[in-house]
Design a protein around this ligand. Structure first.
Ligand SMILES: *[C@@H]1O[C@H](CO)[C@@H](O)[C@H](O)[C@H]1NC(C)=O
Ligand SMILES: *[C@@H]1O[C@H](CO)[C@@H](O)[C@H](O)[C@H]1NC(C)=O
Ligand SMILES: *[C@@H]1O[C@H](CO)[C@@H](O)[C@H](O)[C@H]1NC(C)=O
Length: 462
């Protein structure tokens, strides 16, 4: 997904009115970050604590985990047609291309693992197909595991899922090596990218049509006044939904600014930070106050995903869970690292107050969960409309990751009740969900880290 720049038209207009060079450069750092300090809304956490925790503790470990075989291969169907409108494909653009892996490069364990090591939660899409394969369950599986396998094929997952998952058995679904296809600037922006974000915000974020988003084009733009009044009035969960989407948008735009195509000649391609691009998206003046709010939403997204990681620890801690790739020593090593990361997430002192979140009375909470799920599911379908393969890949992965985080947060009771061994009746994660969850969090964690870099660059511009 890419580069929408909330409200492309007014941004252009603004640039005409306020040329960056005319602004006192000394204030540049302050203008992006002045409001992004201290306490965050809707939680009891401050930005500085997150920065220190993420940049020095979590980020390095997470990065190491994501380089492992288990986490680098993600199966995705990039050929699904857009269900909502005729997409105007940019997939021919060179920097948008995604290189799928020849399947012999994908470790055997990952390719076959989906039905061999099922208790460890691999895929359960296509239940009939799966059940057929399960008829031939490998005899080396323990009785316990085999029972678990049968258990979860019976369990209907569809009511729990927050995303429209790709059918990974479709001939169009291919493994992609995420390390070889990094998320970075692709040139996909302008009206097409804007359309994606616009339909997400306008049609899928609980917002009534008559409330205009800040910086939206056309009449009724009152500098976000009506919008923020509306946002303040809705329940904390719906506000959270909007903030998560905005945080995701901010995170993606930080990556595109941090890995901008700076030099593109026949001899060299160089990606690196582009401060101008960053300022156009996050500078307080250039964005009429929206930039710092977007950055705060990024931290909010970070906290939600961190919370989900800390909650899902019991699922991964079970002795039966394995990160199965076929390389035994690596699998053990990576599981240890995974658990270290989850314990670290759990140790974070300032998780937001969950009592105010996804709580409320039971009936209301169930209704809200259902609304959340349907909205989010629709957003995951919109990802098939992203007209650039690279952006579509990362868009799908990040929405699936966030969807998985939400599924975890809404399944707290089931996770707590999970037995140490044997079938985990109510709660399962597929390998795809696991890979998406950690890679999506890796993206947000990288964004927080990149902010430090931009802050330093802006400081030195004085
Ligand atoms: C899903 O998203 C599309 C595209 O934005 C929109 O037209 C449609 O109304 C949405 N459907 C639901 C059920 O929210
Ligand atoms: C940085 O981004 C701006 C647009 O935001 C672009 O005009 C400029 O050429 C970019 N700088 C480099 C060095 O690519
Ligand atoms: C298994 O992984 C380890 C690294 O964790 C590596 O050193 C070793 O060569 C791998 N073994 C095989 C058979 O690929």
């Amino acid at each position: 997904m890419a580069a929408g720049g909330a409200g492309g038209i007014p941004l252009l207009l603004l640039l005409v009115l306020v040329v960056p060079g005319v602004l006192p450069q000394g204030a540049a750092e302050r203008r992006c970050f002045c409001q992004v300090t201290g306490y965050l809304d809707d939680c009891t956490c401050d930005v500085e604590t997150i920065d220190a925790f993420n940049n020095y503790k979590l980020f390095p470990r997470l990065n190491q985990l994501l380089e492992s075989d288990y986490f680098r291969y993600y199966k995705v169907n990039l050929k699904k047609p857009c269900p909502f409108w005729d997409d105007n494909s940019h997939c021919g653009m060179r920097d948008c291309a995604v290189q799928p892996c020849p399947s012999d490069e994908v470790p055997d364990g990952i390719r076959s693992g989906s039905y061999k090591y099922s208790e460890e939660a691999n895929n359960r899409d296509g239940e009939c197909e799966e059940a057929e394969r399960l008829g031939a369950v490998d005899d080396s599986l323990s009785t316990e595991t085999r029972e678990a396998v049968l258990q979860w094929t019976r369990h209907d997952d569809s009511s729990e899922s927050f995303c429209e998952a790709d059918d990974i058995y479709s001939p169009d679904a291919e493994y992609v090596d995420l390390l070889l296809n990094p998320e970075r600037y692709t040139g996909y922006k302008g009206p097409d990218a804007w359309k994606i974000w616009n339909s997400i915000y306008e049609e899928n974020c609980f917002k009534p049509q008559n409330v205009k988003r800040p910086l939206a084009s056309g009449r009724g733009d009152d500098g976000g006044h009506t919008f923020y009044k509306w946002l303040k009035g809705v329940c904390v969960e719906k506000r959270a939904f909007y903030r998560l989407i905005s945080g995701l948008h901010a995170s993606i735009n930080i990556h595109l600014s941090a890995r901008y195509l700076l030099q593109d000649t026949w001899s060299e391609k160089r990606w690196g930070p582009n401060v101008t691009e960053f300022q156009q998206r996050f500078d307080e003046v250039l964005t009429r106050g929206e930039g710092p709010r977007r950055l705060k939403n990024l931290y909010f997204l970070y906290l939600i995903e961190l919370r989900a990681l800390s909650k899902v620890l019991p699922f991964f801690e079970r002795p039966g869970f394995r990160l199965y790739t076929g390389n035994e020593s690596q699998d053990v090593e990576m599981k240890d690292l995974l658990l270290e990361i989850l314990h670290l997430a759990k140790s974070f002192p300032l998780h937001f107050d969950e009592n105010s979140f996804f709580a409320g009375n039971k009936k209301e909470a169930a209704k809200l969960k259902e609304e959340f799920r349907l909205h989010f599911k629709n957003i995951s379908k919109i990802m098939d409309c992203v007209g650039c393969f690279k952006c579509r890949l990362w868009g799908k992965l990040q929405t699936q990751g966030l969807g998985t985080a939400l599924k975890i947060l809404f399944s707290e009771n089931l996770i707590e009740k999970m037995p140490e061994s044997g079938p985990s009746y109510g709660f399962q994660l597929t390998r795809q969900e696991i890979v998406a969850l950690f890679n999506a969090f890796g993206r947000v964690s990288t964004s927080v880290k990149e902010l430090e870099n931009f802050r330093n660059i802006l400081q030195n511009m004085r």
